[in-house]
Design a protein around this ligand. Structure first.
Ligand code: HEC
Length: 149
């Protein structure tokens, strides 16, 4: 009887693991958890602290480079002087994102590119791997940025 109970429990657990999605959060919820403390809810930015990310003109001007750029920023972090929409960002350093799995990072990055950036860009695992190998410096990343707010 005891064995049966254990077996039933094990089967129930296995079924629960199979039916639950890898991550229960939507990409937007993942952004709120991992990015919004600095970039604010919906990526609207915190003036002087962390820039807004809901800037379609910027992401569209980056074009094909947009997924590579966001891969570089989330793996290398970002620091230095940025002037965006008349606001200077210089004090706060963005550390490399370490609180997520790569699967979650891919979801967040793609959500930023598509929903906030209004592009059809996709952040892939391959781009994260390449960015970790090439380790772009903050100066390299700044050099990729178009002169568009
Ligand atoms: C600890 C605060 C903090 C967190 C958390 C954070 N960022 Fe940042 N982020 C910043 C700061 C500050 C900058 C600007 C750095 C500078 O001035 O060079 C920045 C810059 C960026 C940029 C470059 C914007 C541009 O105009 O070039 C992107 C893209 C970005 N962050 C995405 C993200 C994403 C996606 C997440 C969540 C996975 C995230 N950030 C989490 C603080 C943060």
């Amino acid at each position: 009887m005891r064995l049966l109970t254990t077996l039933t429990g094990a089967v129930a657990l296995a079924m629960a693991l199979l039916t639950f999605p890898v991550s229960a959060e939507t990409p937007e919820e993942l952004f709120e958890i991992h990015c919004a403390a600095c970039h604010n809810s919906g990526g609207i930015g915190n003036p002087g602290l962390a820039p807004p990310l809901n800037r379609p003109a910027f992401w569209q001007a980056l074009g094909d480079k947009a997924p590579e750029y966001i891969a570089g920023v989330v793996t290398s972090g970002m620091a230095g002087k940025l002037e965006i929409q008349g606001q200077m960002y210089i004090g706060l350093i963005m550390p490399p994102v370490a609180s997520t799995t790569d699967e979650e990072l891919v979801e967040i990055g793609t959500w930023v590119l598509q929903t906030l950036g209004e592009t059809d860009g996709v952040l892939t695992q391959e781009l994260l791997d390449t960015a970790r190998e090439t380790r772009p410096t903050h100066a390299d990343l700044r050099a990729m940025r178009p002169a568009v707010d």
